[in-house]
Write a protein that binds this ligand. Structure first.
Ligand code: ZN
Length: 248
């Protein structure tokens, strides 16, 4: 893929290669701090790697001490990646504009295949999936899954974990979590007064995620590919179902 020219703007200072090889993460943060705030005294800096279920990081300034917490999945990251994150976090903390190359480099790294695999693994092992059983008060997701499976997938889909969400979410009506091989449907649909067609469409959509892999190219992550959208059109009364969703 051709990099976009504006992403690779050449305004960022190239770090000295020899320095990068021997710097600890705390030293990298100190150097970036000095570049961003040349007139301020350098605070005490502590960098910790934490066992997270994701690649999150945080920065905090408390009584003159900077504490940076980084997901341990990034512990072995090359120095330029550690430095990119330092620019991102310190830039955010001190509201300083940061050359876009750092955000781009960091996202590119996280989007590498081995990083995505590692992340999926830590999510599986460390993350908990909160979902309630598929038998709801009014509707059973397993029954609906099997019916849709027969009608549109020749009964060939292996059933993932299925469950209702804990809350009656309106912002997330359904979602497929590949790390836990689970489909979660908003409890809002566990209600006989809500149109069944709308629920069927949401579940059908999530079932398509079982058969359509996410497309990763560069920093882009395309979940609803062209093929996905084409397959979705196999759902009869698609337009009607989408209209119904707007009323929910
Ligand atoms: Zn989707």
């Amino acid at each position: 893929m051709q990099p976009r020219a504006d992403v690779y703007e050449l305004t960022c200072p190239e770090p000295a290669r020899s320095a990068l090889l021997f710097e600890t993460p705390a030293e990298i943060y100190a150097r970036v701090f000095r570049a961003l705030k040349p007139r301020s005294p350098l605070p005490e800096i502590q960098v910790e790697f934490r066992r997270y279920a994701n690649a999150d990081s945080s920065i905090r300034l408390e009584s003159g001490r900077l504490t940076i917490r980084i997901a341990d999945i990034l512990q072995g990251a090359p120095a330029p990646i550690v430095e990119s994150l330092a620019w991102i976090l310190l830039g955010k903390l001190y509201r300083r504009p940061v050359p876009r190359i750092y955000g781009h480099r960091y996202r590119l790294y996280l989007n590498r295949r081995e990083m995505r695999q590692k992340m999926q693994l830590v999510r599986q092992i460390r993350g908990r999936k909160l979902l309630a059983p598929p038998e709801g008060a009014a509707r059973n997701l397993e029954d609906i899954f099997e019916r849709l499976n027969r009608e549109y997938f020749d009964g060939l889909l292996a059933r993932p974990r299925l469950g209702w969400s804990r809350t009656r979410s309106r912002s997330m009506l359904g979602h497929f979590d590949p790390s836990h091989n689970a489909i979660v449907i908003s409890r809002i649909f566990d209600d006989a007064s809500k149109p069944l067609l709308a629920l069927e469409y949401v579940l059908f959509h999530e079932m398509l995620h079982l058969t359509h892999p996410v497309d990763h190219a560069g920093v882009r992550r395309r979940v609803h590919t062209r093929e996905f959208r084409a397959a979705e059109r196999a759902f009869p009364r698609l337009a009607e179902a989408k209209e119904l969703l707007k009323t929910i």
